[in-house]
Design a protein around this ligand. Structure first.
Ligand code: GLU
Length: 389
């Protein structure tokens, strides 16, 4: 009945596990969930007010497909402040979340068989999106001892005449690793002079957990690399606006024009109301971000401290985003799906199995939740795993 295209991909595991944990809670089961990939803070008041104003003023009709100029200008200003890079409105597309920005991008750059280099562990939706566009995901494993970062020599050995693009996600979902400017320069050296698009997924760039870690974008390495780089960012994680669905694609004019054309035939513009809210987010006060990041830092430390008490578990210390990605190979012979299932059914703790991110033997723990939930989840996990040892 269904097309091969849709049969070839799974549902998003991050969304489905989060939904399952919510459903269990709604059914009265006391689940401690570390599954959700979204900040637990409320969207700031001034952003909500901007949306209410938009509704009251009747800003409720179609907007230009690729977003209102006011928002594109706010994005351009944000790019100058955050990245030190200049862009024109024709180089910006406003999409329904970072997810649609990426989806559109793959649809407009990939021909059948084109390869996209995806360093693993990767965000769950990259390979299915590439497949849906007819491309070929080229999964390249990284090592925990390298901070889960792609090394230039590994990148070099995976390039082929079919390589069309590479994805760099820093800070990374799920590992929390952050590429330094030096790391990016080394990768850029391999990519210089080649016809390969660099997709920089920066949706967590404002959430840096270590004072000594300095976030950088590969687009800033050189003017040539900037021309090859397509930046994906969003208001979702930075401003706790996951439900508003506003993301951006920034870069090459031809690609932005094509992605806008695709959007014109699929969703039309992103919500007019959410666009006004995003303008307020980008142009408004930013001071609350420091408080939020401090909260994430404290939770990360507590989570890492508690993980040390769990037998047979080691964890890379996340440098950004709000996830920890502990190695739990010792359990269930490294079958992370089985481990996650048992943790949910027996210990009532929701986690996302590492296999969903292309790395079995690990699980993803989100600390975008209260300290009380983190403590309860880790207590249950420890008790359950101790029984197995
Ligand atoms: N990006 C978040 C996560 O990884 C939200 C869910 C999704 O879109 O995958 O959990």
């Amino acid at each position: 009945m269904l097309a091969d295209r849709i049969k070839s991909i799974p549902s998003s595991p991050t969304l489905s596990i989060t939904a399952k944990a919510k459903a269990m809670k709604a059914a009265g089961i006391d689940v401690a969930s570390l599954a959700a990939g979204e900040p637990d803070f409320d969207t700031p008041e001034h952003i909500k007010e901007a949306a209410i104003k938009a509704v009251k003023e009747g800003f409720t009709k179609y907007t230009p497909v690729g977003g209102i100029l006011e928002l594109k200008e706010a994005v351009i200003n944000f790019m100058e402040l955050e990245y030190g890079l200049k862009y024109d409105p024709e180089e910006v597309l406003v999409a329904c979340g970072g997810k649609q920005a990426l989806y559109n991008l793959f649809q407009v750059i990939l021909n059948p068989g084109d390869g996209v280099i995806i360093p693993a562990p990767y965000w769950v939706s990259y390979p299915p999106m590439v497949l849906l566009a007819g491309g070929k995901p080229v999964i390249v494993q990284t090592d925990e001892k390298d901070g889960f970062k792609l090394k230039p020599e590994t990148l070099k050995s995976h390039l082929s005449p079919w390589t069309k693009a590479i994805i760099i996600n820093s800070p990374s979902n799920p590992t929390g690793s952050v590429y330094t400017k030096k790391d990016l320069e080394a990768l850029a050296e391999v990519l210089a002079g080649k016809n390969i698009w660099i997709i920089s997924d920066d949706v967590y760039h404002k959430i840096i957990l270590k004072d000594e870690v300095c976030w950088a974008s590969i687009a800033t390495v050189s003017p040539e690399i900037k021309e090859k780089t397509l930046i994906v960012n969003a208001v979702s994680k930075t401003y706790s606006m996951t439900g508003w669905r506003i993301g951006f694609l920034i870069g090459n004019k031809e690609i932005i024009k094509a992605a806008t054309k695709l959007q014109s035939q699929s969703t039309s513009n992103p919500s007019s109301i959410a666009q006004k809210a995003a303008v307020a987010a980008l142009n408004g006060p930013q001071d609350f971000l420091t408080t939020w990041v401090d909260v994430f830092k404290k939770r990360a430390q507590r989570l890492l401290g508690l993980l040390k008490e769990v037998p047979g578990v080691s964890c890379f210390e996340p440098e950004g985003a709000f996830y920890a990605f502990p190695c739990m190979k010792k359990y269930f012979n490294g079958d992370s799906l089985k481990l996650a299932e048992y943790l949910l059914e027996e210990a009532k703790v929701a986690v996302v199995p590492g296999i969903a991110f292309g790395q079995d033997g690990f699980v993803r723990l989100s600390f975008a939740t209260s300290l009380a939930t983190i403590e309860e989840a880790l207590k249950r996990m420890k008790t359950f795993l101790e029984m197995l040892t």
